[in-house]
Design a binder for this molecule. Sequence first.
Ligand code: ATP
Length: 349
Amino acid sequence: MSIEIKNISKQFGEFKALDNINLEVASGELLALLGPSGCGKTSLLRVIAGLETPDDGQILFHGEDATDTHVRERQVGFVFQHYALFRHMTVFENVAFGLRVRPKKTRPSEAEIKKRVHRLLELVQLDWLADRFPAQLSGGQRQRIALARALAVEPRVLLLDEPFGALDTKVRKELRRWLRRLHDEIHVTSVFVTHDQEEALEVADRVVVMNKGKIEQVGTPAEVYDTPASPFVYQFLGDINLFHSRVHDGWAEVAGARITQTDEPNAANATLYVRPHEIDLSRVAAGSSIAGVVSHIRLLGSTVRLEVEVAEHDAVEVELTRERYAEGDWKVGEAVWLNPREAKVYLAG
Ligand code: ATP
């Protein structure tokens, strides 16, 4: 089922939590709402669910105005960061709960409930835990059960609010891959809130980057990462170096080095953003090299981060693969040349 969000605004007292939001979620899509704490992600999710009434705007479900419909009528399934499983019920009963509390007319038979719950437990690959209680499960297992429970009532839309936020990094990474595979199987229209850019880029079909109650950009993971619509998006999606540059003869220059071509007028100031892994190091200067001295070297597992001091500038972070680092055999105190890859430099006027 598709969702259309039209001109939605929501204010809490003086504070504008959502400022004229327009967004379409395609049927069967997995969409991530990504942004820093307080940018309005949860508020938007709650407006979609019907838990929060917008001050302005409309929500359409499958083309029909749902703005004033009650949360129950919207048929949405929820999964929150802090799993809300019933402690005194087994896993089976937790998943069956939404079906059992249905009015008699629409309640499935006991045999049908049994069949459906087992099918869902198989889907989340935890059928073997049906008779356990929540206290006997790991955090990751509980979230998978919470998802099975949300899916039991066959929601038209699934809403997930930082579902893996309380889990440790390794489990979190496993679960997001698992969620992606699960979604590929069931295709329920889903909106997923996260402040973790890696999670959004890995899991979602499209990512909505939010900032201060507004949408900065909507696009596929590759689009938002490779062609950011604003410096905010660029900075939020990964580590960056920021260079203050001046335009000379059609080139943005840093410390006399020509870094990237630009249409900005001569002598204009421009800010350049370059990710640490988009800068290479060399011992020989080229046309676009910036002089520096290696001041720190840190090993980050599969890559190595070098901090390079540049005269009259902030230190620059460079990330090299282990192979590239070993080839160069760089040392602290050594004079080097920084070479930002021109195609990967992001320029904001
Ligand atoms: P986080 O990642 O920290 O959960 P978020 O992006 O989900 O952040 P929201 O929970 O949507 O942000 O909150 C947006 C802003 O609205 C915050 O500044 C928050 O303090 C404020 N806010 C949210 N709900 C209420 C409320 N019921 N009353 C007053 N202010 C609220």
